[in-house]
Design a binder for this molecule. Structure first.
Ligand code: TYM
Length: 333
């Protein structure tokens, strides 16, 4: 029996944050290392252009993201690691899925509503609007059963399932219905400056996030400045959202559970906790940063990885697309 398929993607819209790492990438690595699934991990450059990009930066960020994923543990010998625009079937299936997506569904997407707030109404492009359909195509093309993501992608996964079911009902069984894999702990790492909103690399305030490649001193400074509260007690609850978020980060990097951490810091102040947290994060990121420095300078190797990845992905994607085209009534060439 062939293995079940796992698919996930990340936008090369800058360096990954520890939110991306905790909510998604480290889970991708764990799943890969279970050796139970065929894993596909994709740098989604086609998604990235739904907001303005400087072309040379996009190229740079795409290779940086590829290197960061490998540095974090994605092994191209074990997983299919590739760049979205290298497999044109993503765009082709998106078109077909667009024709079975209702505008009402897209109007309900909270991420679209949030992102479009950043732009004048007249300059919101239709790619940003249909972005979740491209995401559905990414997943359905590979017949993925599991999609490891952070909490913020849940609604997009629901749409994907809905489109898959609609297509299957209309034309007969074609797509596997995918399921999100969202870890309870760390699925939503919050901004260090505003614990009500999620940590995001596109935040205007750089103190709001920690990047995977931040230098130790930068990490210390950002954690020191992280917003807390005036209660002065290290506890895990929704009144103290800042501290709760820091505990989540601590837990992600040490694998200690929340209760253990709270007990360890009983009677201690925020200052000590923050100092320790900074060291935990620095140590956790150190091996990733070392490996990244080697990878990013090895352009030939990166090229080899993404070319081989694209070939393998293309083969799988074409198979699904052929089926889809046949079912909807296109004549094979
Ligand atoms: P992106 O690039 O915004 O984020 C990549 C992954 O990181 C997770 N994530 C977080 N998790 C916890 N806390 C945070 N603060 C945080 N910020 C981001 C995201 O949930 C995501 O899993 N549309 C997707 C990319 C995508 C995709 C796909 C994902 C395109 N096609 C197909 C899965 C399957 C996105 O913009 O992720």
């Amino acid at each position: 029996m062939s293995k079940e398929i796992v698919f996930s993607g990340i936008q090369p819209s800058g360096e990954p944050t520890i939110g991306n790492y905790i909510g998604a990438i480290r889970n991708w690595v764990d799943i890969q290392n279970e050796d139970k699934y065929t894993c596909l991990y994709c740098v989604v450059d086609m998604h990235a252009i739904t907001v303005p990009q400087v072309p040379k930066d996009l190229r740079k960020h795409t290779l940086e993201m590829l290197s960061a994923l490998m540095a974090a543990g994605i092994d191209p010998e074990k997983s299919i690691l590739f760049i979205q625009s290298h497999v044109p079937a993503h765009a082709e299936l998106t078109w077909v899925l667009n024709t079975i997506t209702y505008m009402g569904q897209l109007n309900r997407m909270t991420q679209f509503k949030e992102k479009s707030k950043r732009f004048e109404e007249a300059s919101i492009n239709s790619g940003l609007y249909t972005y979740p359909v491209l995401m559905a195509a990414d997943i359905l093309l590979y017949q993925a059963k599991y999609v490891p993501v952070g909490e913020d992608q849940k609604q997009h996964l629901e749409l994907t399932r809905d489109l898959a079911e609609r297509f299957n009902n209309r034309y007969s069984d074609t797509f596997v219905i995918p399921e999100p894999l969202i870890k309870e702990q760390g699925a939503r790492i919050m901004s260090l400056q505003d614990p009500e909103s999620k940590m995001s690399k596109s935040d205007a305030d750089e103190n709001a996030y920690i990047l995977l490649l931040d230098e130790p001193d930068v990490i210390r400074r950002k954690i020191k400045r992280a917003v807390t509260d005036s209660e002065g007690v290290i506890a895990y609850n929704d009144r103290q959202k800042g501290i709760k978020n820091l505990i989540n980060i601590y837990s992600a990097f040490t694998n200690e559970d929340v209760e253990t951490i709270v007990a360890k810091y009983e009677g201690k102040g925020y200052g000590i906790f923050k100092e320790d947290l900074a060291e935990v994060v620095i140590e956790g990121l150190r091996p990733i940063q070392e490996s990244y420095k080697e990878l990013i300078n090895n352009k030939d190797y990166l090229e080899k990885v993404y070319k081989e990845g694209a070939e393998k992905a293309e083969y799988m994607a074409r198979k699904t697309l052929r089926k889809v085209y046949k079912k909807i009534g296109f004549i094979p060439r």
